[in-house]
Structures are given as structure tokens and as C-alpha cells.
Design a protein around this ligand. Structure first.
Ligand SMILES: C[S@@+](CC[C@H](N)C(=O)[O-])C[C@H]1O[C@@H](n2cnc3c(N)ncnc32)[C@H](O)[C@@H]1O
Length: 219
């Protein structure tokens, strides 16, 4: 059987790079700031947080996006629970995941404490579910609907299966009324896929060296 665990090498001793996709898991500049700019601000967060707010993500990776979101949820003063569901085909080994997160100061330690990959983790103010398997097979079967989507596959050129029009249509089907989606890429076929799926799509200023990113709203 093919090994489905993430295959990692380290750049500058701190940024995990997938050898399967030949792409880093997060910005080489500053992963935390990128998450805040692209995925939080791109979905109007933290302003939209409320009890039970549901974030869904394509590509759990190191869990950095989850932890930065949880940190923002806690700082927002919102009471109740954050729901976070992520889809991941190649779960990282926990020692790699912990090593990747160690590079960031001040992150919640809710993942670093875990000994097993967090497929289902319930905290005092969050519920995390990581649905393992290829999102093309698992997302159509998911019964949830997200208020905000983080589309965070590897670059569309290297990981096109996570950006296909069919998958963007599934993202739309699993979006709540007035829900949103954001991604770091402004690739034309991704934008068109989101538009064809029913989203209103705009190009926004990107993070770091990226000129543009994409924001999508379900009317
Ligand atoms: C850029 S990384 C995500 C980074 C992550 N959000 C974080 O906070 O560290 C992209 C992720 O998508 C996952 N992935 C790639 N193809 C996939 C597929 N077909 N289904 C589900 N996940 C996939 C990869 O294994 C990888 O973890």
C-alpha cells in the first residue's frame, strides 16, 4: 500500500516542504501573517465570528491556519465555540507537525500537546475535525456547510486536483448562505471555477511577494 503520510524536507531548518508536491506548506516569509492576511481578512474575520461559526479548509497541513484562527477567535472575545473542519489527504507525522509549529511564537498549544493526529479534537472553545482522504472523495460526502472556506492546497500548478472546477462546485454546495471563501492564489482557472460555482469573486491585494489573492462571496 502506498504510504499516505506527508513526506517532508525542511527549508532553512524551519519551513516544511512537501517532497510529493515540491511546495512549501506556508509562506517562506511569515506563515502567521500570511494566514491573517489571506484567510482571516479574506473572510472578514475576526469581525464575523459568533458562537458556532464554522470554518472549513482544503489542506490541513501543519494546522497553522487552524491555530491562527483559534488564536483570533479567542482574542475576539467571542463566547461559545469555533467549529473547524479541514480536509487532508496526507496527514503529517506528529513530530513533523510539532516541529513546524515550533517556529511560531505565541500560538495556542492545543495541537502541540497531542500525541495522535487530531482527526477529532474537542477543546473548551472549539471543535476540530480533520477528515482524512482525498477531498475529491470526502467533500461530496460531508454533511456540513461552512461560513468561511480556506482554500489552501499547494500551488494550483503543482496540486491542480485540489482546485478543480468540480471541487469548487462542491465547496459552493457546502457553503452557508452569505458564506465566503478566500485563497492566496489568483490563478484564472480557480477564479473561474468559483464563479461558475455561484460565488461573486474579487481579486484583492496578495500577501508578500504575491500581487493578488482571491476572495469569494456566496450571494
Ligand atoms: C499548502 S498545504 C496546507 C497548509 C495548511 N493549511 C497549514 O496551515 O499548514 C496543502 C495541503 O493540501 C493537502 N492536499 C493536497 N492534495 C489533497 C487532496 N487531493 N485532498 C486533500 N488534501 C490534499 C496536502 O497534503 C497539504 O497538507
Amino acid at each position: 500500500m502506498q504510504d499516505q503520510t506527508a513526506q517532508i524536507e525542511w527549508r532553512d531548518g524551519r519551513v516544511p516542504v512537501s517532497t510529493r508536491f515540491d511546495d512549501p506548506y506556508f509562506s517562506l516569509e511569515n506563515g502567521m501573517d500570511e494566514t491573517r492576511h489571506v484567510f482571516l481578512a479574506g473572510n472578514d474575520l475576526p469581525a464575523r465570528f459568533l458562537d458556532g461559526f464554522h470554518v472549513a479548509e482544503l489542506g490541513f497541513g501543519t494546522g497553522l491556519n487552524f491555530l491562527v484562527t483559534l488564536q483570533a477567535f479567542r482574542a475576539s472575545g467571542c463566547t461559545g465555540k469555533l467549529q473547524f473542519t479541514s480536509f487532508e489527504a496526507y496527514p503529517m507525522a506528529m513530530n513533523d507537525l510539532r516541529a513546524a509549529l515550533q517556529a511560531f511564537d505565541g500560538l495556542p498549544d492545543d495541537l502541540a500537546q497531542q500525541t495522535k493526529f487530531p482527526e477529532h479534537l474537542v477543546g473548551p472553545d472549539f471543535t476540530l475535525r480533520v477528515i482524512t482522504g482525498d477531498a475529491r472523495a470526502t467533500l461530496p460526502k460531508w454533511e456540513g456547510r461552512a461560513d468561511a472556506w480556506f482554500l489552501d492546497g499547494f500551488s494550483p500548478a503543482k496540486n491542480p486536483e485540489l482546485w478543480s472546477p468540480e471541487l469548487m462546485a462542491q465547496v459552493a454546495t457546502h457553503t452557508a448562505e452569505s458564506g465566503t471563501a478566500a485563497t492566496y492564489t489568483a490563478a484564472g482557472f480557480v477564479r473561474r471555477g468559483l464563479e461558475d460555482a455561484g460565488f461573486s469573486v474579487t481579486r484583492e491585494q496578495g500577501y508578500g511577494r504575491k500581487r493578488h489573492m482571491t476572495r469569494a462571496v456566496m450571494p
